[in-house]
Design a binder for this molecule. Structure first.
Ligand SMILES: [Zn+2]
Ligand SMILES: [Zn+2]
Length: 149
């Protein structure tokens, strides 16, 4: 078994992209981060090792990964876009209204069957779906009941 980082690195090399150590560090961080981080979160992490890295470098690396299909981008008006490089096939998410935690969710509808239904029931040519559920994570539930009690 290869890691997601190794898979992405192989793809980049095969496609002839020459990556600097700091761009590879960005790839490693996003490939290993289960939080669905924002650009800022990745920027802060890479900055610890490569203090000269700019946000623009993070953005450019993300654009490249998106272009080659190795990174999913989820647009949010509040708090900034979130990214997933661990898993790039269709999948659903749960999001916390309290702290913004975002986790993968295993449900049947996330496998693309909703896209098929949307195509069958509309005049659109539907190509993608985004399935999200909102509520409070376990940690925020505890905090809320502590505040209420
Ligand atoms: Zn939470
Ligand atoms: Zn995900």
């Amino acid at each position: 078994m290869t890691t997601r980082y190794e898979d992405i690195e192989t793809t980049l090399r095969e496609r002839g992209f020459r990556m600097t150590p700091q761009r590879l560090a960005i790839v490693r961080i996003i490939a290993e981060d289960v939080r669905h981080p924002t650009v800022d979160q990745v920027f802060e992490t890479v900055h610890e090792t490569f203090p000269t890295t700019s946000r623009a470098t993070v953005y450019k690396t993300f654009e490249l990964l998106k272009d080659i299909g190795e990174l999913l981008e989820f647009e949010f008006s509040e708090g900034g876009n979130r990214y997933d490089a661990k898993r790039v096939g269709p999948h659903a998410h749960v999001l916390c209204d309290g702290c913004g935690r975002m986790e993968d969710l295993e449900i049947d509808a996330a496998d693309g069957s909703l896209v098929a239904q949307a195509n069958a029931n509309s005049s659109f040519h539907v190509t993608r779906q985004r399935v999200e559920f909102y509520g409070l994570c376990a940690k925020c539930q505890v905090q809320e009941s502590a505040a209420a009690g």
